[in-house]
Write a protein that binds this ligand. Structure first.
Ligand code: SAM
Length: 237
């Protein structure tokens, strides 16, 4: 069955995450700060009047980078090491009919910047530029369920230690002094603590040099003795 209602972006999400690799697999896992910018048709303070009473909001969004690849009935969740298949509706896979995702994020405030209504948020697991199709307040009495069972994802993922080379320490001090990335160290630390590598890489020696793109920086790191070692940062032109 299809319906005629036209879904459109009500906002765009602006985040430090410039590529999919490295983005946490759920919200609230890394200290990312960003904002949700209402699109012209919805760009009215009246549309968000009352929202600052809430500490958290739901973002419904489109996995726009994966839409072209369609969806499959079963998927292999990274949580299960990529070895086991589950039904798409039993997972948070990004390859799904209609390509819709949802995340709870912290709301810090609402400001008008250059004429645009911006919701200041943190903890999102969204790529920069992700189209937001709806925004709703998070309502604890109903949305938080104390005795809920979390299936294969009952516990938060295990974290690994993150260490920095002397060069990386100096570069982080330099780039953190900029207005655009004051939270750089905690962002790198919390992103890499998730160990974003594919599951099959984790079981054996892995000498590969990895890169994640945060803000306008490429962060180079590798795994050394089970810890993430940040080697250096490079500014993207
Ligand atoms: N919390 C949401 C949910 O459960 O619907 C998203 C979960 S999904 C597993 C999170 C992953 O989606 C991120 O790690 C990132 O790789 C991917 N992602 C984020 N924004 C995306 C976008 N706009 N298009 C495609 N993939 C995206």
């Amino acid at each position: 069955m299809s319906f005629s209602s036209q879904i459109q972006a009500v906002a765009l999400c602006r985040t430090p995450y410039k590529q999919k690799f490295g983005i946490p697999r759920q919200p609230g896992l890394a200290d990312a700060r960003g904002y949700v910018e209402l699109t012209p048709e919805f760009n009215h303070m009246d549309a968000v009047r009352g929202l600052t009473q809430y500490s958290h909001i739901w973002l419904l969004f489109c996995f726009h980078e994966n839409l072209a690849q369609g969806w499959k009935t079963t998927v292999r969740p990274p949580r299960l090491g990529g070895n086991e298949k589950l039904g798409v509706f039993a997972t948070r896979s990004t390859f799904r009919p209609n390509g819709i995702g949802q995340s709870v994020v912290r709301l810090h405030g609402i400001v008008k910047r250059k004429g645009k209504v911006c919701l200041e948020i943190s903890g999102m697991d969204l790529l920069d530029g992700t189209p937001i199709i709806d925004i709703k307040p998070y309502i604890p009495f109903s949305d938080a369920i104390a005795d809920a069972q979390g299936g294969m994802a009952h516990e938060a993922p295990e974290l690994i230690d993150v260490q920095f080379s002397p060069q990386a320490v100096a570069q982080i001090a330099h780039f953190s002094a900029r207005e655009q990335s004051p939270d750089l160290e905690s962002l790198i630390r919390t992103v890499l603590a998730q160990d974003p590598r594919p599951a099959y890489k984790k079981a054996k020696q892995d000498p590969k040099l990895y890169q994640v793109a945060l803000y306008d920086l490429d962060i180079f790191w590798r795994i050394d003795d089970g810890k993430a070692q940040v080697i250096e940062l490079k500014k993207v032109n």
